[in-house]
Design a protein around this ligand. Structure first.
Ligand code: AMP
Length: 193
């Protein structure tokens, strides 16, 4: 059977506390040990760079997907088994969405948040039904998750959409969730078939 491919969204910053790099390293090596391949943003920098190296060292095929404008030697690693250069960010995210079996968000900034929210939104609109996991390491995403609670309590978002994503705290839990994932019909009256 083909190996499953996991797309990871994560920080491009080289200026974080050590604990975040250790986390990215742990996820990368677990991906290989658990027989997954990796798709990510192609960066050699930040958590992306650490993740890519540990995933590749542990046996993953790593595909980097980068828009033309970011394809520069100081940003993009030349160590990918496969490098996909897209016209723009939109095509990049589409490639990631279509070619991945699951999505994980590690801590990150605006880029990570944008990728995470788009993949959640597209699942809400039933463009895909793949698993999405937020690794809320050390409470990093507590404030964002609190904001999500406001969406539900104020009825901006139907409470059933909590099922669009799964929140956990470790890479191991994230992979266990993905292994056991079955899509559920969480859709409201407009998208229920
Ligand atoms: P950020 O969370 O703002 O650091 O952005 C990281 C996310 O955005 C990654 O998942 C990448 O897909 C994308 N990204 C941001 N900056 C870069 C970069 N310099 N090279 C490659 N991808 C990047």
């Amino acid at each position: 059977m083909d190996k499953k491919t996991i797309c990871v969204f994560c920080s491009s910053s080289d200026d974080l506390s050590k604990k975040y790099y250790l986390l990215a390293n742990e996820l990368g090596s677990l991906l290989g040990k658990n027989n997954y391949n990796l798709i990510h943003g192609a960066g050699s920098i930040g958590l992306m760079g650490v993740l890519m190296k540990s995933a590749s060292d542990s046996g993953c095929i790593v595909t980097g997907v980068v828009p033309e404008r970011l394809n520069r030697p100081n940003i993009v690693s030349d160590k990918h088994q496969k490098l996909v250069i897209t016209a723009d960010m939109k095509d990049r995210k589409e490639y990631m969405r279509k070619n991945s079996d699951a999505f994980i968000a590690l801590p990150g900034g605006y880029g990570t948040l944008e990728e995470l929210l788009e993949i959640i939104t597209l699942k809400q609109l039933k463009y895909h039904t793949k698993p999405i996991v937020i690794i809320n390491f050390d409470g990093f995403y507590d404030m964002l998750l609190n904001q999500f609670e406001v969406f539900y309590s104020e009825k901006f978002t139907n409470e059933s959409y909590k099922g669009l994503y799964h929140v956990c705290t470790t890479p191991n839990e994230a992979l266990r969730y993905i292994e056991g994932y079955e899509p559920k019909n969480i859709y409201d009256k407009y998208l229920k078939e």
